[in-house]
Design a protein around this ligand. Structure first.
Ligand code: SF4
Length: 161
């Protein structure tokens, strides 16, 4: 299972992880907890990737787990609607549209296996701590990052990640 191999550092380079996925019991690890900061949300990374359990998911109630936690799961590459032109467009647009919130590389327990880091390097890591996977009131910038330029499709039309 991918999470075991990430924990033990034996995952292969082709087993890249999406660092902003919805947590599932089968193949996700917890990598951060969302905290509030005067400038917006900030994700505090876990010391190590933690396999997702029902107890972890329940801790988020009454909100959804991906509103308060960051999870990593195997990158679906071509099966994911955000993956185009051989790249995760969330990471491409994140580097273009977000301001850096860290001067240095933030701590991270999955960096060697992270799709975003593999693709965009340190630039995306310096922006990553402000990313909350599911937001009820996302900023205009976050909407652009998720949906690209132009009007966002109705939520019901958005394929699941
Ligand atoms: S800090 Fe960098 S390596 Fe870690 S999850 Fe974010 S983009 Fe990936």
């Amino acid at each position: 299972m991918a999470q075991d191999r990430v924990e033990t550092g034996t995952a292969n380079s082709h087993e890249l992880l999406c660092p902003s996925s919805r947590g599932t019991l089968e193949d996700s690890v917890l990598i951060g907890v969302v905290t509030s900061h005067t400038d917006g949300p900030r994700v505090v990374p876990t010391e190590r990737p933690i396999p997702v359990t029902p107890e972890i998911l329940a801790m988020a109630e009454p909100v959804g787990p991906s509103e308060v936690f960051r999870f990593a799961s195997p990158c679906q590459s071509g099966k994911c609607p955000h993956f185009q032109n051989a790249a995760c467009q969330l990471a491409v647009r994140g580097v273009k549209l977000l301001e850096a919130v860290d001067d240095e590389l933030p701590k991270c327990s999955i960096r060697p296996y992270c799709r975003w880091f593999r693709q965009e390097g340190a630039a995306i890591c310096k922006r990553c701590p402000q990313v909350v996977t599911d937001q009820f009131h996302p900023s205009e910038t976050m909407v652009q990052i998720v949906y690209g330029i132009g009007p966002a499709p109705a939520r019901a039309e958005v394929p699941p990640r």
